[in-house]
Design a protein around this ligand. Structure first.
Ligand SMILES: *Cc1c(COP(=O)(O)O)cnc(C)c1O
Length: 464
């Protein structure tokens, strides 16, 4: 073990150095890269020096998601206190299903869940769990909603036609989840959004009424707190009133920007959250913990038990249900995703978490102001988003992003909203400074200047 830890340290030292020197690795074609690195699995053991070399090579040729040129996804950077917790979780190698094998780690998980439930104003019977990610959080919420409508479904399966609602801008996991849950993709309704990308409550209500008239059974609304492309917030308050009126479960998918709950300044974006039935967010997005760290909070914990509890004599042999977290989780064996969040929170305090959130909004403001104040840019979204969606001059976003990648300049992606395609610049790495943000635009502008003759022009939609 000792020897491998020394190797680990030496590889990580080199990685941290290269991240600065060489922030975007050579974008070699997949097939070529596979052949370049010694990935073959041999019959006989590999000698130590070759093993170390192959491993180092593999690590250094992997895209560097913590560098100051990575803006491609809704996560990035590396919070060292959280990394510390995750490394220790690997060393401890517990599984979170029982107190018997995870001991105080169950308390680590429960402490985080209780604290957040209090912060959002959930009931005294609230609870939660750490699912594998935001997609799974959405799935578990959907299952609880389905079972709450009719507990017998757990035995009989879905017999009547049940209908779920989400917005056009919501995460794609909603469609898959409707299929997994036996609801059916065709029974997931996509509600239109306003020009900011927020679900229109009146359209939702109209749709629910129509479905009831048809004899169908509406049961679930998935609201988004930070949509995947624009970073828009649905109005939890208005949607919760509709859900109360028609007895629908309201889940708030805050995978992207739900961590605003930690900031006194921005938590009003979740106004009405205490009236939701469940809420999820990914600490590996805004808070910068390693992947994955997703939390699902539930206003009435009993719903988690109802849908996910199952007796298993070979597993649950000591302690009560409150300490055996497998009774409220989807998986059996489950990674300790809580410890990395706990080490971060313990180290920086709730104030520190709030600082991270507010700092990210500061950096997004720098980027947004740059775009707003420069006539060569067109901005497509509003404040309160860490995604800055823009087009530069008349150039096509898709090709620009791809060419920036192949030229080893920047990792950034494109998105679209109501038929317009644009660059989605994500300012979610809390280690980035103002200079890193401004450097993004400088690199992009210089690249366009040097390559403008070979770049595609976009078709500009007429605004009516
Ligand atoms: C990222 C994201 C998800 C999915 O989370 P995973 O952890 O990647 O499964 C769900 N919803 C929204 C709004 C997201 O941005």
């Amino acid at each position: 073990m000792h020897e491998d830890l020394l190797l680990f340290n030496s590889i990580v030292d080199e990685l941290l150095f290269q991240e600065k020197e060489n922030p975007v690795p050579d974008p070699v074609k997949a097939k070529e890269l596979y052949e370049k690195i010694d990935l073959s699995l041999p019959e006989n053991p590999t000698i130590t020096s070759e093993f170390s070399k192959a491993l180092k090579d593999l690590v250094l040729k992997t895209p560097k998601t913590a560098s100051n040129r990575f803006f491609n996804q809704l996560w990035g950077g590396r919070n060292s206190k959280a990394v510390l917790g995750d490394l220790l979780a690997v060393m401890l190698n517990t599984s979170m299903y029982t107190y018997k094998v995870s001991g105080p780690q169950t308390a680590v998980e429960s402490e985080i869940i209780e604290k957040i439930c209090k912060m959002i104003g959930y009931s005294n019977h609230s609870g939660g769990t750490f699912p594998t990610g935001g997609s799974m959080s959405n799935f578990m919420a959907l299952i609880m909603a389905r079972d709450k409508k009719d507990l017998e479904i757990r035995n009989s399966g879905v017999i009547k036609t049940m209908v779920a609602y989400t917005s056009f801008e919501s995460h794609y996991s909603n469609a898959k989840n409707a299929s997994f849950a036996g609801i059916g993709r065709e029974n997931l309704r996509y509600i239109p959004t306003n020009n900011k990308g927020e679900m229109i409550p009146e359209k939702l209500e109209g749709c629910i009424k129509k479905d009831i008239q048809k004899g169908l059974i509406p049961f679930y609304v998935n609201a988004t707190a930070g949509t995947t492309v624009l970073g828009a917030f649905d109005s939890v308050k208005e949607l919760s009133n509709i859900c109360k009126r028609y007895e629908l479960w309201l889940h708030v998918d805050g995978a992207y920007q739900g961590a605003v709950v930690f900031s006194p300044k921005y938590k009003s974006l979740l106004e009405g959250i205490e009236h939701s039935d469940s809420f999820s967010f990914n600490a590996h997005k805004m808070l910068g913990t390693p992947l994955t760290c997703s939390l699902l909070l539930v206003n009435e914990k009993q719903n988690l038990f109802n849908s996910f509890n199952n007796e298993a004599d070979y597993l649950y042999q000591t302690h009560s249900d409150n300490y055996n977290l497998g009774k409220t989780s989807f998986q059996c064996g489950r990674r300790n995703d809580a410890l990395k969040f706990w080490t971060l929170w313990k180290a920086v305090g709730t104030k520190g978490l709030s600082n991270i959130v507010e700092y990210l909004f500061e950096t997004s403001k720098i980027a947004r102001n740059y775009v707003r104040n420069n006539p060569n840019y067109t901005l497509y979204n509003d404040d309160h988003s860490l995604s800055i969606c823009f087009n530069y001059k008349e150039f096509e976003a898709k090709e620009l992003c791809t060419k920036l990648y192949y030229a080893k300049k920047l990792l950034v992606a494109y998105g679209s909203f109501k038929g317009e395609e644009f660059v989605r610049f994500v300012t979610i790495n809390a280690e980035n400074k103002e200079t890193d943000i401004l450097n993004f635009f400088k690199i992009l502008e210089e690249f366009v200047e040097e390559n403008k003759l070979s770049l595609q022009k976009r078709t500009i939609l007429k605004v009516s």
